[in-house]
Design a protein around this ligand. Structure first.
Ligand SMILES: O=C(O)C(=O)C[C@H](O)[C@H](O)COP(=O)(O)O
Length: 204
């Protein structure tokens, strides 16, 4: 599976209440975004991944904010089908390679990209996309390192996603804008489905 090519947008989801996990995932899938990254930033994140894996078969559920080998093991045990990290250390990359599932390690500089490419990894997360230099920065990386493709995340919204998706070295983009905290708090899954369908209509 090539994560970058499954959908133009990967919703990055922070789940505070595990009861929201399944309806939220169903809304995203119904809107046309089946690839979902649940960040390990909240205590219920692993439970949320497990529930989505068990109850929303059409979702391709992954874990985000994977920072340690222990996170890797816990995520795959919970049912994550892919892993995303904000950056990479040699130990973390070793654990991700051992996990047997696809993963997007984070990188933000040419040296970080080259270090990962040296290990055979050519599909990466570009994080934090906006603060690191955005579209212009990715365009500049494509010159000397055209074989590496990215999922940029960090500061991207519906309005700015097309500029990223137009780049040859971008496969998809990620972001939290599809699941606003206020919509989740009141269970407004119709709004989440609408945000997903707007994003799913973006072209790669
Ligand atoms: O914690 C991680 O590993 C991440 O995945 C970082 C998130 O992708 C970005 O923080 C999303 O940024 P916003 O869309 O601007 O909210």
């Amino acid at each position: 599976m090539t994560i970058l090519d499954l959908a133009p947008v990967v919703p990055v989801v922070v789940i505070d209440d595990v009861e929201t996990a399944v309806p939220l995932a169903r809304a995203l899938v119904a809107g046309g975004l089946p690839v979902i990254e649940v960040t390990l930033r909240t205590p219920c994140a692993l439970d949320a991944i497990g529930r989505i894996a068990a109850e929303v078969p059409d979702a391709v559920i992954g874990a985000g904010t994977v920072r340690t080998p222990a996170d890797v093991r816990a995520s795959t045990r919970a049912g994550a089908r892919f892993l995303v990290s904000p950056g990479g250390t040699p130990r973390l990359i070793d654990a991700m390679l051992d996990s047997g599932v696809p993963f997007l390690p984070g990188a933000a500089t040419a040296s970080e990209v080259l270090a990962l490419a040296e290990r055979g990894l050519t599909e990466l997360k570009f994080f934090p996309a906006g603060p690191a230099g955005g579209v212009a920065y990715l365009k500049a990386l494509a010159g000397p390192i055209p074989e590496v493709r990215f999922c940029p995340t960090g500061g991207i919204r519906l309005e700015t996603a097309p500029e990223y998706l137009a780049l040859p070295n971008v496969g998809c983009v990620g972001g939290t804008w599809l699941t606003p905290a206020d919509a989740l708090a009141v269970g407004d899954y119709a709004r989440i489905e609408k945000l997903a369908s707007e994003a799913a209509a973006l072209r790669r």
